[in-house]
Design a protein around this ligand. Sequence first.
Ligand code: UD1
Length: 323
Amino acid sequence: MAKFLVTGGAGFIGSHLAAALAARGDSVRILDNFATGKRENLAAAPGAELLEGDLRDLAAVRRACAGVDYIFHEGALPSVARSVEDPVTSDDTNTRGTLHILIAARDAGVKRVVYAGSSSAYGESATLPKHEEMMADPISPYGVSKYAGENYCRAFAKCYGLSTVVLRYFNVFGPRQDPGSPYSGVIALFCKAAVEGTDAMIHGDGEQSRDFTYIDNVVRGNLLAIERDVPAGMVMNCATGSAISLNGLVRALGGITGKNIKISYGPPRTGDIKHSLANIDRARRVLGYEPSVDFRDGLSRTLQWYRTQGAAKTGPGAPVSQR
Ligand code: UD1
């Protein structure tokens, strides 16, 4: 049986990956420091082993990588806005944390590391959709840190022959995305506002658009990135190939709930880009990836989860072993 390490496995994306692996019977270890991850998310992956530790601590990372076959490196400090306020902590976690994972993976003989890259690497170049041949040009500290992690993945493939794959995520959303922080993703915040009848704020005119990607598509992309032959260090977009504006998102939420959410408009956010849309041809070709849940369906499922959150948040799960 293959053993997987999911860094950030108590977080939104990591917990879905850990759940998918546990559901198919794989052995799962989670490394998380609970900076943004939640203990209740661990129940999604019954039987997973928890190693509580920080990516910035190389010794902890080495312990996490020992005996592991494959790594999904999801652990990071998310949010463009957070990185603008505190670039050093974002960089320490995202860049140095990734370097630690790669060093430990190399030394532990890990077979492949799949890295959670970010569309923020592209920055605000006017060309749409964004494809992997385009020059990266990140405009926020977050984007710089995630792109630096990519570069380390490529460098480790070249210098040490470590098999690495970079999936550039585009605005992932779905159940378990935390709506409780000012740095939360916009869909989590707006779903919470829709469910609770509270106000939501649009930064800018609401015409900025994103390739919002439902979590199941991202899980699928990651599993394929382990199963398929991929040239070492390859970068691939992981998204849907279609985009919607924030105003469109608000209308879609209104369509599903039958109620308009209360929106106010404020100044644009520093570090924000206007439009983000992926070309997903490379992932289609190399991985056989195809998004299976579209935006509307994903939004309905997500909203449903926020509605029933109290009861359905994690469900009963076997206790998680801790070392
Ligand atoms: C960025 C990255 C994404 C990454 C994410 C991690 C880009 C294009 N995307 O997402 O790949 O995974 O960071 O956090 O850089 N907004 C509001 N009101 C709110 C909250 C957000 O209007 O209450 C706006 C933001 O200003 C932005 C859009 O909604 O224009 C999306 O914001 P957010 O969900 O934070 O994600 P990005 O910054 O696009």
